[in-house]
Ligand binder design. Structure first.
Ligand code: HEM
Length: 402
């Protein structure tokens, strides 16, 4: 029998496991739902309720500076450098700092602002689908540029700057992988520094001449006397910008892959378009773009008879939790009509994804427009995978729609 450690290493390091990691999550959930790895003080959690409870537990959070070096899994046994946390974005903060910043940012990133984007998202989708003309790489043609353009428009990044900013963000994304190398961390830091200079200039421009965009709203966001400092605006606009596209790219790619693989489900959507929002939930459950989440443990926590000691790290297998039979009947079946879908795909608790409504909106619009245009959906070549597990998805998806 394969040990839990071997299973974990396989899912994290073996490219062959990436296209279908679910059998591994299942085996872990059944054989070792709460286990301590041999590769450092890290506990791996694969069931739904335990993952949710731990992500919501105030005894867990982001490691403080002095704790940060132990917070990443060192897959080869070495100690790895963690990200530094000066002017950290909200994702890496704990209360009360997290509460304050998230509260101020939420004022600029309101459900109303997101819903107002529906028309613009539809227009952008149509023009990208026109250009794709039913054939080619769906990632390059739609799944990547749509979220990138939407988030740029929302934040207020001028069109002229988007192209050179994107590769910098792409360099930053791998730094959240538990297996990121020091070289990747260095590249991410350098890209971050370059992008921060650009953002500081853009903030100065918006401060002098506010526009109807999120950057201007963030600069103005205040709660009585409390405002975001310039560093806080930069760190969080950055987070929103970076979090806003690769994840959604994979949601769109996964949606097309799953509906091509399950043509009877696609037919159900054609017959009843009111199922579209539910279908997006089911894609998020069945094939989530973010597969792992993590926390640092501040105090001992008892979980199912195990003591997770203070100073440990926790990895929650979100994609495994989504298929926990305790919360989902027949979890390995993709069913767009499923009732009461419960997902961990956007995390849980105080760090629950701030962009969930926007991601869902983009998924729904693209699905609706694709169904409206095309009867036949096909994938014409084996997709190529990005080879990362935290944010997992394909980098190329050749499609033929007619
Ligand atoms: C399908 C697409 C997306 C997925 C699967 C996703 C997933 C997640 C997950 C799992 C977390 C929790 C991280 C944690 O617990 O440590 C998170 C947090 C976050 N996400 Fe998303 N996300 C998506 C799209 C977006 C978009 C479009 C935006 C912005 C426009 C966004 C902004 C954020 C932010 C700001 C946080 C941090 C919230 C906090 O720390 O309080 N995400 N996301």
């Amino acid at each position: 029998m394969t040990s839990p450690d071997e299973l974990l290493l396989k899912v994290m390091l073996d490219p062959a496991a990436i296209p279908d990691p679910h059998p591994i999550y299942k085996e872990l959930r059944e054989a070792a739902p709460v286990f301590k790895t041999a590769i450092g003080e890290t506990w791996v959690i694969s069931g739904f309720e335990n993952s949710r409870a731990l992500l919501r537990d105030s005894r867990c959070g982001s490691p403080m500076d002095e704790q940060a070096t132990t917070s990443r899994i060192a897959v080869d046994g070495s100690t790895r450098r963690a990200r530094t946390s000066s002017s950290a974005p909200m994702l890496f903060l704990n209360p009360p700092d997290h509460t304050r910043i998230r509260g101020l940012v939420s004022r600029a990133f309101t459900p109303r602002r997101v819903e107002q984007l529906r028309g613009e998202v539809t227009e952008m989708t149509d023009s990208l689908l026109d250009a794709l003309d039913g054939e080619g790489d769906f990632v390059d043609g739609v799944a990547f540029p749509l979220p990138a353009n939407v988030i740029s428009a929302l934040v207020g990044v001028p069109e002229a700057d988007r192209d050179w900013l994107r590769p910098l963000i792409a360099d930053m994304v791998p730094s959240i992988e538990p297996t990121a190398t020091d070289e990747e961390m260095d590249k991410a830091e350098a890209a971050g520094a370059q992008a921060a200079v650009f953002l500081a200039e853009l903030i100065a421009t918006r401060r002098a001449d506010p526009q109807d965009d999120m950057l201007s709203a963030l600069i103005q966001a205040s709660d009585g006397e409390d405002r975001l400092t310039e560093d806080e605006v930069i760190a969080n606009i950055f987070l929103i910008y970076a979090a806003g596209f690769e994840t959604t790219t994979h949601l769109l790619g996964n949606m097309v892959r799953q509906l091509v693989a399950h043509p009877e489900q696609l037919q159900r959507l054609r017959d009843d378009r009111s199922l579209i929002p539910n279908a997006i939930e089911e894609v998020l459950r069945f094939d989530p773009p973010v597969q792992l989440d993590g926390r640092y443990v501040f105090e001992d926590i008892e979980v199912d008879g195990h003591t997770i000691e203070a100073g440990s790290s926790i990895v929650t297998l979100l994609a495994g939790a989504n298929r926990d039979p305790a919360v989902c009947a027949d979890p390995d079946t993709f069913d767009v009509g499923r009732a009461d879908i419960q997902i961990m795909s956007f995390g849980s608790g105080i760090h629950f994804c701030l962009g969930a409504a926007l991601a869902r909106l983009e998924g729904q619009v693209v699905l609706e427009r694709l169904i409206g245009r095309y009867e036949n959906w096909g994938i014409t070549a084996e997709p190529t995978w990005q080879g990362r597990i935290t944010i997992r998805g394909v980098e190329r998806l050749d499609v033929a729609f007619s």
